[in-house]
Design a protein around this ligand. Structure first.
Ligand code: GLU
Length: 477
């Protein structure tokens, strides 16, 4: 088999989102698995909506995910340029080929005219095909338009007939060629449409497998017609079922953070996203929810991918991310958490203290972005309650009773550790007759400011006697 060459072809009209990232990941894994080449191509033909900033942000997110490309912007390659806006001459040349075969013709219809036609078609319950008005436009009319400065779009002449092809995941695909009418391949400003540019580029870049989300499956018959018309060989098409939200609608903001950058900002790990997105809608050979990248690559197979859409389950993602964090060495976790702590104004330089804190909060962390909130209680000088439930609890008579007793027993210890804290709590229980949650919750509120949190004896040990005493004192009348 010829060497595998796959591409990820984002349009820089938006940030890299979860759906596109999954396409990139699958292409990258497939290239790794087959010893092939992963190519990045920027499809920036939508001049108005494409921006440099968005392109840079796509590069940054791909790099953060660890998806390195062997050909493309920044790295170059034999088949460049890799930005469609720099390839306009190439598309023009290919339009000339189609013109010479009489498979492309200029269309001078204005958008108002086209809209009118589509309204009429709709009213008659017909589909909105182009009526080929300009196919046999009299010469005179054509030159009149040209003289008037009207610039035509170029349409591809669609011959009738069925189009059928085979895919690894979705099996046989069949479309009726007449189903879409003569479509536009070049706009009047000389910018190619997506279908045309993609076919030219995929061929010239020697792409062997076009792997993309199945919302592009309806573009494929048009592309196949163009391949045939240009005398190009077809690549293997692989359309992967889309990702849907749990409500079975297309993935959107509503289902959580869809831009990859938002996941990064929340503290999801790139390895987790790679795992989660590549296994979405797949059965993994080892039936595990997390695999090292090498294993993901070696086990990857399109035959394990389901034909039906994959459901994006944030709860499961959080769980996988949390498990990944739990399995991290403390050193590594501190390293990864440091930027999150710093941006919350917490100095991460006392590693000993952080190791102690992380050893007790680790199991409550689903993403790194939650860490500052969990760590804050250990870094404050004053308790200043803000939680409504905590405020209601501390002022109760029984809580006050507990605080006074706690302070008294604390006096007889010159320093506090988890064991001593438990001894004190037992003494307080004996004296007040209050036990269980009723006893522990007010103390938790005093030491952490929160109703829930990590194990209290260890928390008290990390805070130390002085802080515990000071915090409880703040809350007594
Ligand atoms: N620019 C297209 C997109 O972002 C690429 C589709 C394709 O892979 O052919 O959806």
């Amino acid at each position: 088999m010829a060497s595998v060459r796959v591409r990820f072809a984002p349009s820089p009209t938006g940030h890299l989102h979860i759906g596109n990232a999954r396409t990139a990941i699958i292409n990258w894994i497939f290239a790794k698995k087959t010893g092939g080449t992963f190519i990045l191509r920027i499809e920036d033909t939508d001049i108005e909506r494409s921006t440099e900033t968005l392109m840079e942000s796509i590069f940054e997110d791909l790099k953060w995910l660890g998806l390195d490309w062997q050909e493309g912007p920044e790295v170059g390659g034999e088949f460049g340029p890799y930005r469609q806006s720099e390839r306009l001459e190439i598309y023009r040349q290919h339009l000339d080929i189609l013109k010479s075969k009489e498979l492309a013709y200029p269309c001078f219809c204005t958008s108002d005219e086209l809209e009118e036609k589509s309204k009429e078609a709709k009213a008659r319950g017909k589909d909105l095909y182009y009526d080929r008005k300009c196919l046999n436009l009299p010469k005179q009319e054509k030159s009149d338009f040209e003289k008037a400065g009207r610039k035509p779009v170029w349409r591809f002449y669609v011959s009738p007939g069925g189009i059928e092809w085979q895919e690894p995941v979705k099996g046989t695909q069949a479309f009726d060629g007449g189903n879409f009418g003569d479509f536009v391949i070049m706009r009047s400003d000389g910018i190619p449409t997506y279908n045309f540019a993609a076919v030219v580029d995929d061929t010239l870049m020697q792409i062997s497998h076009v792997i993309r989300s199945d919302d592009h499956v309806s573009n494929t018959p048009k592309q196949i017609l163009l391949y045939r018309a240009l005398g190009f060989e077809l690549p293997q098409f692989v359309h992967i079922p889309m990702i849907l939200g749990p409500d079975l609608n297309r993935l959107s903001k509503q289902h959580g953070a869809t831009p990859v950058g938002d996941y990064k900002a929340k503290g999801y790990l790139p390895e987790v996203l790679i795992n989660f997105l590549s296994l979405l809608g797949c059965s993994s050979q080892s039936e595990q929810e997390f695999l090292p990248i090498e294993k993901l690559v070696s086990e990857f197979d399109f035959s394990r991918m389901s034909k039906s859409p994959a459901i994006f389950d944030t709860v499961k993602l959080n769980c996988v991310n949390g498990n990944y964090i739990l399995a991290l060495e403390l050193d590594e976790l501190i390293f990864l958490a440091a930027p999150f702590l710093e941006s919350a104004g917490i100095d991460p330089s006392d590693r000993g203290k952080l190791e102690n804190i992380f050893s007790i909060i680790k199991k409550n962390v689903e993403c790194l972005g939650q860490i500052p909130e969990l760590v804050k209680p250990f870094y404050r000088d004053s308790i200043r309650l803000t939680d409504g439930q905590a405020i209601a609890l501390y002022s109760k008579d029984v809580s006050q009773k507990i605080y006074w007793a706690f302070l008294r027993y604390l006096q007889s210890y010159d320093h506090l550790d988890a064991g001593k804290f438990i001894e004190i709590m037992k003494l307080v229980q004996k004296e007040t007759g209050i036990m269980g949650k009723d006893l522990w919750a007010p103390i938790r509120v005093a030491l952490t400011g929160q109703i829930h949190g990590p194990e209290l004896p260890k928390t008290a040990e990390i805070l130390g006697k002085e802080k515990c005493e000071g915090f409880v004192r703040e809350l007594v009348d």
